[in-house]
Design a protein around this ligand. Structure first.
Ligand code: SF4
Length: 375
C-alpha cells in the first residue's frame, strides 16, 4: 500500500469564478444563499434569465468556452432532472444508468471534452439551485418502480465533485440516497475535493468513481485537473470512510508507448487501492463527434489525440479502428486481471461486438455486472 500523506493544503484550490449571476427566479432558494455565502469576494449580479447573458457573452469573447468556465450562473431548472444515459444510442452498449444534470459545464479543461462542442452555444458554468424539485422527482420514480434498482449519476455534463467545496450538492444528495431502498448515487469525478464526503456520517448507497489516465496524459490532455496520485489518494480516503469506489479508464488514448503508460497506471492504482475494494473498472477509448475535432485542434494545439486514424461508428462518433480498440481493451484488461481475477471490468460506450470480442460474453449475461447495472 502507498504511504503517501498529504493534507488538504495539497489539494487543488477551490474554484473562484470571476463573477456570479443569479437568475431572478432562483434568488429565494436556500441553496443560492448557501453558495453566495461562500463567494463573498466575488461580484454578484442579478439577471432576468440566462439566455440574454449567453448571447452577450458569445459576441464579446474570443475563447467563449474557456471564458464561460469562469462565470457562474445560479439558475432554476424547469424540466425533468432524471434522464436515461445517452450511451443507449444505436449500436452501442452502455452501462445502463440514469443521469441527473444538476449543473452544466466544468472548471477543468480536458482537450477531449465533448462539452466544448455540446455547450458551445451556452458555455457558462451553471448550477441549478432547486434541489428540492429533484428530490421530489426522484422519490416519485423510485417508489413507482420498487423492484428496480436505479443507478443515478450526476457527472454527464459536469464533474460531480470539482465544485463541491463551493456548491456542496453532495451534502444534500448523500443523505437523500442513504434513505433510498432501490437507488444508488454515482459521483463521477477527476477531483480530489472530497471533504464533504468525508464529513458525511453514512456512505450507504453511494459510489464514487474516478476517471484516471497516466500522468503523462493528464499533463497533456487534462488541464487543470488534480494529478493521478491526488485522485487516488482521495479515493483511498473514501474507501476508508466506507464508500464504494470505481474507476473509469476513459478515454484511453493510444499515443506512442501507451502500453507502458497504462501498465504503470494500473500499478499506481493498486498501490493506493486494493483490488477487493474496487467495485468495478470501466474501459472506454477516445471517441468524438466530427464537429469537436476543429475545436480541439484550435483550443489545444499541442494535443496528441489525433496521432492515430479514426473512423465513424453507427452512432456517428469517430473512434480508433476496431482492431486497435480491441487490442487496447484486451491488453489493459490483461494488466488488470494480472492484479486480480475478481475485478469487474466493463466497457462503456462500445459496440456489442467489441464487448463480446473482449470479454467473451454479452453485457446482459454477466451476473456480476447485473448486480450493479440491474434496470
Ligand atoms: S473533467 Fe470531464 S467534464 Fe470536465 S473538462 Fe474534463 S472531460 Fe470535460
Amino acid at each position: 500500500m502507498h504511504n503517501k500523506t498529504i493534507g488538504y493544503d495539497a489539494l487543488t484550490a477551490v474554484y473562484q469564478p470571476d463573477a456570479v449571476f443569479v437568475e431572478h427566479n432562483s434568488k429565494a432558494y436556500s441553496f443560492t444563499e448557501e453558495i453566495l455565502s461562500r463567494l463573498s469576494h466575488v461580484p454578484v449580479y442579478e439577471i432576468k434569465d440566462i439566455g440574454q447573458l449567453e448571447k452577450e457573452f458569445k459576441v464579446s469573447r474570443s475563447d467563449v468556452f474557456g471564458e464561460g468556465k469562469k462565470n457562474l450562473v445560479l439558475s432554476r431548472f424547469n424540466g425533468s432532472f432524471l434522464k436515461k444515459c445517452p450511451g443507449a444510442s444505436p449500436g452501442m452498449v452502455c452501462c445502463n444508468y440514469y443521469i441527473v444534470n444538476l449543473s452544466k459545464n466544468c472548471i477543468y479543461d480536458c482537450s477531449y471534452c465533448f462539452l466544448q462542442d455540446f455547450l458551445n452555444n451556452n458555455p457558462l458554468q451553471v448550477a441549478y439551485v432547486n434541489v428540492e424539485d429533484l428530490f421530489l422527482e426522484l422519490e416519485n420514480v423510485f417508489t413507482q418502480f420498487p423492484d428496480r434498482t436505479f443507478r443515478v449519476g450526476t457527472g454527464e455534463i459536469t464533474d460531480s465533485l470539482a465544485l463541491d467545496a463551493l456548491i456542496p450538492y453532495s451534502q444534500l444528495l448523500i443523505p437523500f440516497f442513504n434513505r433510498q431502498e432501490n437507488a444508488l448515487l454515482e459521483l463521477k469525478t477527476k477531483s480530489d475535493r472530497i471533504e464533504n464526503l468525508l464529513d458525511q456520517p453514512d456512505p450507504t448507497n453511494v459510489i464514487v468513481s474516478w476517471s484516471i489516465n497516466p500522468q503523462q496524459v493528464i499533463d497533456l490532455e487534462e488541464k487543470g485537473t488534480p494529478s493521478l496520485e491526488n485522485r487516488l489518494y482521495a479515493a483511498s480516503l473514501c474507501v476508508k470512510k466506507g464508500y464504494r469506489v470505481g474507476f473509469h479508464l476513459d478515454p484511453i488514448i493510444l499515443s506512442p508507448g501507451w502500453e507502458k503508460l497504462y501498465r504503470e497506471l494500473i500499478e499506481t492504482l493498486f498501490d493506493f487501492i486494493s483490488a477487493s475494494k474496487i467495485e468495478w473498472v470501466s474501459l472506454g477509448s477516445f471517441r468524438y463527434q466530427s464537429s469537436l475535432k476543429p475545436i480541439i485542434k484550435s483550443r489545444h494545439p499541442e494535443t496528441l489525440l489525433f496521432t492515430g486514424e479514426h473512423l465513424p461508428g453507427k452512432d456517428g462518433k469517430f473512434r480508433y479502428l476496431r482492431p486497435l480498440r480491441n487490442n487496447a481493451y484486451e491488453t489493459i484488461r490483461g494488466f488488470l486481471q494480472e492484479k486480480s481475477k475478481e475485478l469487474n471490468i466493463y466497457l462503456c460506450m462500445e459496440t456489442k461486438e467489441i464487448w463480446e470480442g473482449v470479454t467473451g460474453k454479452s453485457p446482459r449475461n454477466d451476473e456480476k455486472l447485473d448486480r450493479f447495472f440491474d434496470l
